[in-house]
Design a protein around this ligand. Sequence first.
Ligand code: FAD
Length: 502
Amino acid sequence: MSADAGPAPKAMQRIVIAGGGTAGWIVAAGLAKTLGKVLDIKLIESDEIGTVGVGEATIPTLVTFHRLLDINEQEFMAATQATFKLGIGFESWRAIDQNYVHSFGMTGKDHWTAGFQHFWLKGRERRLAGDYGDYCLELKAALESRFAHLPRGGMNYAFHIDASLYAKYLRRFSEPLGVKRIEGKIVEVKTDPVSGYIKSIRLDSGGEIEGDLFIDCTGFRGLLIGQALHVGYEDWSHWLFCDSAAAVQTESVGDALPYTRSIARQSGWQWRIPLQHRVGNGMVYCSRYIGDNEAKKFLLANVAGKPLIEPRIIKFRPGQRREHWKRNCICVGLASGFIEPLESTSIHLIQRSIIRLMQMFPRSPIQQSDIDEFNQQMSSEIEHIRDFIVLHYHVTNRDDSPFWRALRSMDIPASLQHRIDLFRETGRVFRVPNELFAENSWIQVMLGQGIMPQQHHPVADLMGDEELRQFLDDIKSSVDRTVVQLPRHQAYVEQYCKAAER
Ligand SMILES: Cc1cc2nc3c(=O)[nH]c(=O)nc-3n(C[C@H](O)[C@H](O)[C@H](O)COP(=O)(O)OP(=O)(O)OC[C@H]3O[C@@H](n4cnc5c(N)ncnc54)[C@H](O)[C@@H]3O)c2cc1C
């Protein structure tokens, strides 16, 4: 059955992307690279309105996505003033001055019946094990500020990028593949009175852009999906209190670290993202506990380099659209919702939307079963990410402010409560289908936030002391030997992908 009765839309050939931020240009690049020869792709953006201008920390799935598009890594990194990212350093999240790293790597070696954490727990019980992080290459390299590409994908990494340069880079990538950019302000979205399908977009210039399939990348405004098609929003602010951010760029001070810093504060947290030419800084906070001016002041008092711009305030509502695809409109990026940037998952979700769209690229008429499947997959993926973010806030020993006390005592999603209980009681973690974060991510954050399992798998008891010591020491020594041989991250960036002077 087609979605909504009414005149069947024409063949899905004319694609209109509304918005040219990171979302719009990632969608344009993905579509143009794969189906560009059979599609007519137009992208509308407004220089006057501009983009959100943040979104500079990524996760390793971007490396894979770039490979799908045949993007040259060195060229892309030089063009976006990028550095490498091996994880996120969480400072003062568990308690003030207690830190841990959520790295992108594997930790130790798993047995098919039980993850490495069970052997580590056994080793800890017998006083044979070091810190959990001692058995992870990426984590140790991050803390030592070292990086290199290793054979056979031996080092799992992502990037820190300049958000506005990234959109420009993708524009240069997409236009030769046939994407037509149209500058203009959208003033009206016209729908078919019978089917409710979007027919065209009218610009302030008077021009009208018709299309078969519309991708809403208009950011928080959600001009097509929200304002024209009236798709509602599922609000998660009862679990994710932060609704505001102050952002400022500063001069670099010292070498770029190969990880993002996330520092918990009394009413939110602060990010530091080191690029080649500057550092991106921000303070994410809950407006119920701290005002905008106070947040700006706090941020400026807690950055390392000289500010390059005035801090900007960005307001957001944590949650997701109730439908990501409705009729002939798919929303991507901030138009589809926003969790918050704690684990740098937004750009990843943009990639997932476009990959999913490619896999379900519709023929005419659009089938409701495609729409339902797409919406179900997007929602469940986002809900797993939401749970992971809520974990950081809820499981903490911090009680030094009303913000943290409220987070500690709030009710959490049942799905998250189950994961926490399972890990606390048994040490077990299972990745569910279609989930971004792997077991080791959950383990690193749960241990980092202070959950110590009460049990471990009996398979770990089969090892005698000497065998267990040897097993753990071998992994640790191998990590240490590799790390000392790696070049400094700053030196590696300079020889691999140094950006032109600006
Ligand atoms: C504080 C903060 C920090 C973040 N940090 C990260 C991070 O570290 N990592 C990460 O992955 N993500 C992060 N994100 C999310 C990330 O910024 C976004 O996912 C990403 O930038 C995509 O944004 P967008 O393209 O959807 O929206 P925008 O950048 O807002 O782009 C919207 C586009 O629509 C156009 N537009 C809007 N209205 C009209 C109109 N009327 N006519 C014509 N054009 C119009 C605009 O001109 C613009 O081109 C962060 C977000 C916030 C708020």
